[in-house]
Design a protein around this ligand. Structure first.
Ligand code: SF4
Ligand code: SF4
Length: 450
């Protein structure tokens, strides 16, 4: 069997060859054009995911909806063969995605309040347990509200899992007595963690995987999530989940650790003057944005090691679930500024972008002149949409891993690499000096090099 990579596979129309067009389309589409179309579609999937969560809270935007329709239309058979136009559409996806993240942030803040940093317990509390995973705060809110309405806040404790962790930082979610703490790490370990959790589990979106028999009879899906043979909760009516939880063994109080989350541009902007002062004094040498998905790939060890190797005069901004590999360490502070700031879910990269733009503005620099390095880990299409936003913003020298996108042909990846200086992670030992050096290549008149 040949190990040569198939550069394209398209079977979307009736002109398809048997098994799909795999060398060149009967329509004339070549592998690079096919790759660009797929790259666009994957970015649109990411935009759709965030738009969905804004939409489920009642927030809509005509421009986002219109762009999704137009961009998808361009990928139909015999519509657009212009590769340059697809590169433009990919960057336009980045712009629209920034707008979508902004809309979702507005939806979260206006619905659940302005987030504040919180210490989230990782132990357990006395009572029956419900574990909520995925990204839908709307589903979590409805569940907590219904527990309260049924008078069961002392009987049932709700735990967040993976990307649901930052829910604790929103006042209108935190005010529910039933919301207790965080259980487990990222989605990658869910089969073991769900097996060990004695209560009921609710999956609200990705990442959820087909269940083991150990917990298949006590997991539910809601919203966009679905699992074969698992009951699905429609219309956010969690009565069946709550009643089921009452039949599961009570959990005992067990003290655990604490995880800090809930940083947001609204609570970090007031610290920016101090951060600039520390940069100018050389006390903060470099800012690392290390975030993104967790992936069951041994190369994810790169992120664990890199964060461990960072010098003490650097700070880390993070978001999404890859952080569970390195968020339980005590990174300490630099003159009161925490060295590790968790901004929450993947969409909260929006806050990091707002802060970076403000930092650049106050320093009179463009984003690429800042002593900032972005290191992304990607699993799925939301991370791809975030990457497009960063490229749209003109940010160069982004490191991505744990592997290059399989959906890009080598020549399309090379094109992006050349245009945006996109870098694949290698080893922390090799990459770290180059990352740190970025902070020392500023112009002589830069206040940062003073
Ligand atoms: S759109 Fe083109 S490449 Fe795709 S199946 Fe039809 S003919 Fe083949
Ligand atoms: S950050 Fe990515 S990998 Fe993690 S739960 Fe969200 S979608 Fe899945």
């Amino acid at each position: 069997m040949s190990s040569q990579k198939i550069l394209m596979r398209c079977d979307q129309c009736s002109m398809s060859l048997a098994g799909g067009c795999t060398i060149r389309g009967v329509c004339g589409k070549d592998p690079d054009l096919n790759a660009l179309q797929e790259a666009l579609i994957y970015g649109l999937k990411g935009v759709s995911a965030y738009y969905y969560h804004a939409y489920e809270l009642g927030y809509k935007d005509d421009e986002i909806g219109a762009f999704l329709a137009e961009a998808l239309y361009t990928t139909l058979t015999n519509v657009n063969f212009d590769k340059k136009r697809f590169i433009e559409l990919i960057l336009e996806t980045g712009r629209i995605h920034l707008k979508t993240m902004e809309l979702l942030d507005k939806a979260y803040v206006e619905t659940f309040g302005v987030p504040t940093p919180v210490e989230v317990p990782t132990g357990t509390e006395e009572g029956h347990g419900i574990l909520v995973t995925g990204h839908s705060y709307k589903a979590l809110y409805e569940l907590l509200k219904q527990i309260r309405e049924m008078g069961l806040e002392d009987e049932i404790k709700v735990y967040t899992h993976s990307e649901m962790l930052p829910a604790h930082s929103y006042p209108k979610l935190r005010e529910f007595k039933a919301l207790y703490g965080n259980w487990g790490g990222s989605w990658v370990y869910q089969r073991q963690e769900f097996s060990e959790f004695p209560g009921v589990i609710v999956a609200t979106s990705n990442c959820v995987v087909p269940p083991l028999k150990q917990y298949a009879d006590r997991i539910y899906t809601t919203s966009v999530a679905g699992l074969e043979g698992v009951p699905h909760i429609g219309d956010y009516n969690f009565e069946a989940v709550i009643k089921h939880a009452l039949k599961t063994p009570r959990m005992k109080k067990v003290e655990g650790g604490k995880i800090v989350t809930g940083f947001h541009h609204t609570n970090v902007l007031p610290l920016l003057d101090k951060i600039i002062e520390l940069i100018n004094e050389g006390k903060i040498r470099h800012i690392f944005v290390i975030g993104g998905c967790d992936v069951p790939n041994p190369k994810m060890g790169y992120y664990e090691k890199l964060t461990q190797m960072l010098p003490k005069d650097t700070i880390i901004l993070t978001a999404a679930c890859g952080k569970f590999r390195y968020n339980r360490r005590d990174y300490g502070t630099i003159e009161g500024i925490p060295r590790f700031l968790d901004f929450g879910q993947c969409n909260n990269v929006y806050s990091i972008i707002v802060l970076a733009a403000e930092l650049a503005k106050r320093l009179g620099k463009d984003l690429n002149q800042l002593p900032v390095t972005i290191v992304l880990s990607w699993l799925e299409q939301k991370a791809i949409a975030i990457l497009y936003t960063l490229l749209y913003l003109g940010i160069k020298g982004i490191y991505i891993g744990p592997r290059p996108p399989e959906f890009l042909t080598p020549s399309v990846f090379e094109e992006l690499r050349k245009r945006f200086d996109l870098r694949l992670i290698s080893t922390p030992e090799e990459d770290l000096p180059k990352m740190l050096a970025k902070g020392t290549t500023l112009s002589d008149d830069s206040p940062l090099s003073a």
